[in-house]
Design a protein around this ligand. Structure first.
Ligand code: SAM
Length: 243
């Protein structure tokens, strides 16, 4: 990461740590190779590798690319904790599909829980997954990963669109609600969408969210797995808003 001033004044910058490892060891970049870098303002630049030292590489910024790989809407995916490595799958694929933030939280029917002492490690691991998926998919942003203790904390989320994906809504033909919600979204709006774990969400949970302004939507007539549902939502936003 480097600043715009460095581009303008053509001051070289150095990268170390994980970024150095990715560039030099994983991508096997050599001196004089060019690569894409992202500035602190999330703009993409082409930089040329001037020197490679044992622990750091020195890069000269060359020019800015006028491109954005971001969805026009800032989407936060919130998921009830599921079993196994589903959270990694959700973060990896959700990052490829354009999510800006992920929140994981225990809900009533969560079979799995994250023990308190493991939460920090889990979140750090998921944050790494997000970084690597963001690099792979040429995102301008690395999505954030956060853990919430409960649904009550989530219900205070301050953004504009608050949505809960509820299979009962799908049964009652409310999938048109999804289309309507996406239709109302404007560039730079913020949207939070909650998905249940394998066991789904309790009716009482959905009711309490509706009481604080969440809209429940169906995702079509098929019941999707907990890790598939967020991808359906992100694809729908991408198709309706990006293309
Ligand atoms: N226990 C539920 C059942 O058997 O009907 C399935 C839960 S589903 C595996 C996990 C989550 O994905 C749900 O809580 C919901 O948020 C979302 N989901 C899956 N399919 C959906 C659909 N067709 N409409 C709305 N939400 C859906």
């Amino acid at each position: 990461y480097f600043t715009d001033q460095m581009i303008q004044t053509k001051v070289s910058f150095s990268i170390a740590g994980d970024n150095f490892h990715h560039l030099v060891r994983v991508m096997r970049a050599k001196v004089n190779d060019q690569a894409e870098f992202v500035s602190k303002k999330h703009e993409v630049f082409i930089g040329k590798i001037e020197r490679i030292d044992p622990q750091e590489a020195h890069i000269m910024p060359i020019y800015q690319l006028e491109k954005s790989a971001e969805l026009p809407v800032e989407v936060t995916i919130a998921c009830g904790i599921s079993k196994g490595d589903k959270s990694e799958y959700i973060v990896q694929k959700g990052t490829e599909m354009g999510a800006r933030n992920f929140i994981f939280l225990p809900t009533e029917f969560s079979v799995a829980r994250w023990p308190e002492k493991k939460v920090t490690r889990k979140v750090e691991r998921l944050q790494k997954v997000a970084k690597s998926a963001a690099e792979q998919s040429h995102r301008n942003y690395i999505p954030t990963v956060t853990y919430y203790n409960d649904l009550q904390t989530l219900s205070k989320w301050p953004g504009k669109f608050k949505i809960v994906a509820y299979e009962e809504s799908a049964k009652h033909g409310e999938h048109t609600q999804l289309h309507a919600q996406i239709g109302k979204m404007q560039p730079n709006d913020t949207a939070l969408v909650l998905f249940g774990p394998e066991g789904g969400l309790a009716n009482s949970e959905v009711e309490s969210l509706r009481d604080v302004g969440f809209v429940s939507v169906g995702l079509g007539p098929r019941i999707l797995r907990a890790e598939t549902a967020p991808l359906y939502l992100l694809s729908a936003i991408s198709v309706l808003k990006e293309m």
